[in-house]
Write a protein that binds this ligand. Structure first.
Ligand code: MG
Ligand code: ZN
Length: 363
């Protein structure tokens, strides 16, 4: 009896321990079979080796690996065996295989509605969070429509065509310092957004629409002082959008796991992976308390052909090697928690993730 009481107290005090270091997890009964809210976390370039490198660096105490449901996603694009983040993000966001370098358009260049845009149409709240410019391929796939992912000024303009409630990341220059000399910061303010360059200026209770552009271009890497921006932004966005009784959709990206892969830099991959897992922890804490939230963690593709060649869980030490400076075609992992999570087991196409989400939300 005493053990039972103590373990209940402990699990209440230490919510992340519900997940951390608990591979396979425990199945939990949720309020309903259908989620009201979806939190999609994308680790750009995150294959299974990147996840296990994070697990090792965190000495086996990891949020992602404690999620009870897991599967795989096949990532090829309409044009290439190896996808880029544009086509990879578009598949997850819209359920359509696109050509590489495309954002939110089909193979003929026609715009396709993303799950974020569909959620907005249905009256849900929505948000995007990234450690890259918010106009970069992955977040852009959920809100913009262009055959050329490098048209950042056009992509920034698309943020004004969708009623997204919260977006947090870099990319200030694409809104404020543009070749066409339009000032999109003023347009955002006119539409009721609190526009800020520092999350410290945000009063969460009184804010309903937030555009936090925290860097001119991309956020710095963890090794150059980004701190807890990603987990903090995750928590702040969840607090703001969860006030909507109809529910919400949010995409949160660990953008720079990919850049560590491109650089063939093990430390870069590991530090970004650990930070991303901390953001996943914030999402899981929210979902465990809420009971009506589906949390999904996946990647758009793997980067670097990363392999772990040595290490120690006790010491939190990882050694690795890379096959390429580019992306690879390997399947990427999918982890799920919450109502509907069981639908994400096995091997699925990246476009199936969108389809399952839309079905589960009853759209
Ligand atoms: Mg990305
Ligand atoms: Zn990449």
């Amino acid at each position: 009896m005493r053990t039972l009481v103590i373990s209940i107290i402990l699990s209440t005090l230490l919510l992340p321990a519900l997940f951390a270091g608990n591979p396979g997890g425990k199945t939990k009964t949720f309020k309903s079979k259908h989620p009201k809210n979806i939190i999609l976390l994308i680790g750009d370039g995150m294959g299974t080796a990147q996840v296990y490198a994070g697990y090792t660096a965190k000495k086996g105490i990891m949020n992602i690996t404690g999620m009870p449901v897991s599967g795989f996603s096949i990532t090829y694009s309409a044009s290439d065996y190896i996808t880029d983040s544009g086509a990879g993000g578009t598949a997850l966001a819209t359920g359509v295989k696109a050509k590489n370098y495309s954002i939110g358009v089909d193979t003929s260049g026609k715009p396709v509605k993303s799950i974020l845009e569909i959620a907005e149409d249905r009256g849900l709240s929505t948000a995007l969070v990234a450690t890259s410019a918010i106009t970069h391929a992955t977040p852009a796939s959920f809100i913009a429509h262009t055959s050329n992912r490098s048209k950042y000024a056009d992509i920034a303009f698309d943020f004004l065509k969708t009623d997204v409630d919260v977006f947090i990341g870099g990319g200030y220059n694409h809104f404020a310092r543009r070749a066409d000399s339009l000032n999109l910061v003023d347009s955002l303010k006119a539409r009721g957004y609190l526009v800020t360059r520092d999350l410290k200026n945000v009063n969460v209770t009184s804010t309903t629409r937030l555009a936090a552009l925290l860097a001119d271009e991309h956020m710095p890497p963890m090794s150059k002082g980004r701190g807890d921006m990603l987990p903090d932004a995750t928590q702040m966005a969840l607090e703001i959008i969860s006030r909507n009784n109809k529910g919400f959709f949010i995409m949160i990206e660990g953008s720079q796991i990919d850049w560590g892969g491109h650089d063939n830099d093990v430390k870069y991959v590991v530090s970004e992976m650990v930070d991303f897992d901390n953001a996943v922890g914030k999402a899981l804490q929210f979902a465990a308390k809420d009971g009506e939230t589906l949390v999904l963690v996946t990647a758009d593709h793997e980067t670097g052909g990363f392999g772990i060649t040595g290490g120690s869980i006790a010491k939190g030490d990882v050694q690795g090697a890379f096959l390429t400076k580019d992306h690879t075609a390997t399947m990427v992992p999918v982890f799920a928690y919450g109502p509907g999570s069981e639908r994400f087991t096995g091997v699925q196409d990246n476009t199936d993730i969108f389809k399952k989400c839309v079905e589960l939300l009853g759209f």
